[in-house]
Design a protein around this ligand. Sequence first.
Ligand code: ZN
Length: 411
Amino acid sequence: TGKTLLAKAVAGEAGVPYYAFSGSDFVQVYVGVGAARIRDVFRKAREKGKCVIFFDEIDALGKKRDGFNGGSEERSQTLNALLTEMSGFNANEGIVVIAATNRLDVLDEALLRPGRFDRQVEIGLPDVNERKEILRIHCRNKPLSENVSIEKLAQQTVYFSGAQLESLLNEGAILAAKRGARFIENEDIDRAFYTVIAGAEKKDRSAISKVDREVTAYHEAGHALVTKLVAPENRVTKVTIIPSTRGAGGFSVSLPPDRMYRRKKEMENSIKIALGGRAAEEIIFGKDNITTGASNDIEKVTQIASALVKRFGMGDKTGMLNYDMLHSNRGDHNGEILSECKALVERFYKETTELLIENKYLLDRIAKVLLAKETIDEECLERIMKGEADIHPGSLEQEVEATTAKSAVIA
Ligand code: ZN
């Protein structure tokens, strides 16, 4: 979310040197090595007088100390060294220590006491204006074509972190260089977009069986169709059955609108969208033929459902309590939470399945076009949804032939 840049900016504004480290740099196998490194960092900093020291991912070395971390002697010594160095400071020493983490809850409390990391600044994902500014910074030294609009790009990158925005432009630059082009064009950014989200496209797809392609097509069609039906305000910018090098069989990109709060309905819709893939598989291929392709979806569903119940007080029976605070690590309420989450997901799965059965003709059509074209964009999906002429089964075959011919030429 731009934490690194923020720390750098503090040093820049103050006109002092900036030293950045990652918490994992100090996690060593041999007891004492990490601690020695910490002392080394602070010794060098003191030589400079004034400076900013930044530790990214401080949780790697600052996790809560408990009896369960076997062999954590090294970690504990490293953490102690950091605590000692930080309490050894007096205000006029001019060394500012900043650390970043995504997991404030796992940090050792000693780290957060006064005189140490006692001021916490929460940095959420950038909104549209912030994304625009971040994109501006990262495209400064890149030959961006005039056709590329930073404004538009900022709008399309909902939920992107600062680091993702940076790698979007970097990937775009690499793709442009591969083409031997002088400028980064929209098509480069477009392809980079999906590399950042899902990983690079797998080039050799000859080993993928017909059945697997069909399963993927229906699975992705399921996600896309449910999105269009339950959350038409989401943008489905791409649906593809081209597997990525990160192991996904295919994917669809569904972008919710940029909002400050997430509504209950939206979270429920996200669950349904995630369940759409598995539901489509079951409808078409039968209960015994569902696949492992839904594992990421199930992870997402679990995450949303448990947040809904445990943190946002939106469960019917569990009520408005934060279950993370209720000693849930002792397992007091695990049974209730589990049954609430399960009931929730079961209900949504049933609703999603019914929705897809009602609209099975659309599901078939999207899947067929996917099998023919491998990738469809938002406009094409809209056309299928509207049942416009060129997607009718009769003309579909023509379209299939046309696409095959075209890809044959490219190949
Ligand atoms: Zn899926």
